[in-house]
Design a protein around this ligand. Sequence first.
Ligand SMILES: C[S@@+](CC[C@H](N)C(=O)[O-])C[C@H]1O[C@@H](n2cnc3c(N)ncnc32)[C@H](O)[C@@H]1O
Length: 453
Amino acid sequence: MSQWIALVRPGFEEDVRTEFQGTTLEAVPQAGWVLLDYEDSREGPTPWVALSVQEMIFPRQLFQVIDSFNYEDMDTLAELAVHKAMKWLVGSSAHAFHSVYFESPDTERGRKVWPLFPQLTKRVEKLLIKRRALTTQSRTKARLHVFLESADTAWVGVSHPGKSSPWPMGIPVINLPANVPSRSARKLEEAINHFIPAAQHHKRLRPGMRAVDLGAAPGGWSWVLASRGLLVEAIDNGPLKPSANETGLVTHIQTDGFTFRPEKRAAWLVCDMVTGATRVASLIGKWVANGLAREFIFNLKLGGANRQKQIDRARSIIKSEATTKGVGIKLTFKHLYHDRDEVTCHLEITSKLPARIPAGNAGGRPGRGKEGGRGRGKAKETGRVERGKKTGRTSKGKEGERGRGKSKEASRVSKTKETGRASKAKETGRGSKGKETGRVSKAKEGGRGRGRK
Ligand SMILES: C[S@@+](CC[C@H](N)C(=O)[O-])C[C@H]1O[C@@H](n2cnc3c(N)ncnc32)[C@H](O)[C@@H]1O
């Protein structure tokens, strides 16, 4: 057994509970984090690499718990965190720590301590270096997480850098110029960075590639693709902001995204239309089956309860469309930092591409017959096509994502005291690892009055 903490957007605690195939120990609504109990089948000293944030939809960050403690003072917080980390290191398969992340829930209260994190991180790094436990040299490196649950309770945890988010709290810092047409641009930028390894960007998002953007207005996603040199057909009856086409690579086609068909196969289809998830899934399925694009990023708006069920339904719609034409696909969903009541999906064709069904012959709904077979030429007839003026190349400026203002609350972070939670773990000794490292387990017994849900 090992305990894990997953950080989530407040309001999505229940979704992690549904998604996680183990026991949820605490999932307090709006808390922004969830405590999980995971039964690891593998033997040996490596449970900390068992789970991966990349393989889960809703967590932004994920790490295995070493221990928890109460603190009153910033000085001793760092020292106690390092003490517990060193104790873990001795019995683990890791040779050293690779990085240190201070984290807290993405709630109003949690955000108040963010300004303290750079200083606290430096302090912990210094203490680890002194003990030769922080290095870029060693073979097996672990990431140390210090999670401030509240103004007096902290957790120490560990993750494999390849299996946790590269960003503290799973919150990416995305710098885009101030004149991007919409905040949505950050969502696509985050999706590209999440789904496509940086080393493959130059191959998979090459200048000159053709892309279609369904539901493009005011133009943030089109801007992101055009700024990488892609030729974008931006489909939306609504207007694009002039800055959407500062590259001159965006063609605005005013028509319905559900009936538009490209004249040539697109390298990319991106879709951010605000409409039901099932309808979007059917549309994506048709694009896959009809060979209209090679790679896809799209958003599924999730209304109401049981988001996992809605995702499963969308997945099965797309898969069944692909299967009818023998098309192999890899479909991945992620609740990104910039997603609210939605998830972002990435789809890659893993088999030979199906023959492109020419305009007018794309069977099935939507897009059947006359209406559905509309290619770009047809769109020109039925909808307005606007090719913007070239106004120069894009430049990446600086615009901070997160306003991390200073807080008075921060001063409450002071002096350390061991709590019952950590010592209880030792008493109960759940799991061999827990025994060695004093990993927490009292929470399972409802030690803090929250109990198991
Ligand atoms: C969230 S906005 C897209 C924002 C855009 N991704 C950006 O970065 O600026 C959703 C857009 O979908 C468009 N939309 C909704 N239904 C559509 C449809 N059937 N065809 C084309 N566009 C549609 C709306 O007009 C709206 O502009």
